[in-house]
Design a binder for this molecule. Structure first.
Ligand SMILES: NC(=O)c1ccc[n+]([C@@H]2O[C@H](COP(=O)([O-])OP(=O)(O)OC[C@H]3O[C@@H](n4cnc5c(N)ncnc54)[C@H](OP(=O)(O)O)[C@@H]3O)[C@@H](O)[C@H]2O)c1
Length: 272
């Protein structure tokens, strides 16, 4: 059995924006391919759909990693625990594997919501806890105020965005990074160098982008509704990018293409 975000759990299957039968069908296919880590959130409105399909997979619960995230509107003392209890009921589980704070609180200190997260961990509602969309300053504040370890900071991470500062701070404070928008929702396909590098390995541009993320030490979270894409996103462990190939991809980060910014998400902090 793998611990959080190691082994097969390094390749997670994201569920946003899937719901109902579309979600169930995608999760069944992903599980057939071999995915064992599934990522949802209170915000996605699909925890109950995921909770309904998981028992049908015929996979022992201990072999799955289920991550959910607390909605920013549920981070007050009165709403936090009831919201987590509802997530557990919807997901039909007594404990999620990973519970994250989905976004940092706007213009407020991070400590109160982190303390509530730790309370949920101490109650046994989560095997591991973590955060999402935390800046370097927030990660530092988090490790100062918590006794429990944060296993992950899930952030936008792909070849078109330079996240070196966040990577360096994460390594310094001992928090792993996890990716979202790993192929920048298709934007990476505008950069032929990824496909050119892929040709030498018999891999696609998407697989090269995902391998670059893994070789940065970042766990993957990808989403697709198509079996072929799900399979491709999973088949990224059997080749290695050379350091010169990694550097060629590093150059693309100057594009500074960010999907989650203040215009698209009201909770987005001032990024590093
Ligand atoms: N923590 C956060 O704030 C946050 C924010 C955003 C997302 N997330 C999580 O991260 C997951 C992934 O992010 P995302 O879905 O926004 O972005 P993404 O993985 O960059 O892009 C997903 C899109 O790319 C397509 N795609 C996937 N694999 C492909 C491949 N191999 N070749 C070509 N196209 C491919 C999919 O379309 P097809 O269905 O046609 O394959 C889908 O429309 C979400 O599901 C969610 O769980 C978290």
């Amino acid at each position: 059995m793998s611990t959080a975000f190691t082994g097969v759990f390094q390749r997670g299957f994201g569920t946003f924006p899937l719901r109902s039968e579309k979600l169930k069908s995608a999760v069944r296919t992903a599980a057939e391919i071999g995915y064992r880590a599934f990522d949802t959130a209170q915000w996605y409105g699909n925890e109950a759909d995921l909770g309904a399909v998981l028992p049908e997979l015929g996979i022992d619960r201990t072999l799955l990693q289920i991550t959910t995230k607390v909605h920013p509107h549920n981070m007050s003392a009165d709403k936090f625990m009831p919201s987590v209890e509802k997530s557990l009921r919807d997901l039909k589980t007594e404990q999620v594997d990973v519970l994250l704070l989905h976004w940092p609180p706007n213009d407020n200190p991070v400590e109160p919501s982190l303390t509530l997260l730790q309370d949920a961990y101490e109650k046994g509602y989560a095997k591991h806890i973590g955060v999402s969309n935390y800046t370097t300053a927030m990660m530092r504040a988090a490790v100062r105020c918590l006794d429990a370890k944060l296993v992950i900071n899930q952030i936008e991470f792909h070849p078109l965005l330079n996240q070196d500062k966040v990577l360096a701070t994460a390594a310094e404070v001992g928090i792993r990074l996890g990716s979202y928008c790993s192929i920048a929702r298709g934007e990476i396909f505008k950069y032929p160098v990824l496909g050119e590098i892929g040709e030498g390995h018999g891999k696609s541009a998407a697989q090269v982008a995902l391998r670059w993320i893994l070789q940065k030490g970042v766990a993957l979270n990808t989403m697709s509704t198509k079996r072929a894409n799900m399979q491709a996103n999973f088949d990224v462990m059997d080749f290695v990018l050379s350091s010169s190939e990694m550097q060629k991809i590093d150059v693309l980060t100057t594009a500074d293409y960010r999907i989650s910014n203040a215009e698209t998400v009201p909770f987005a902090p001032v990024w590093d």
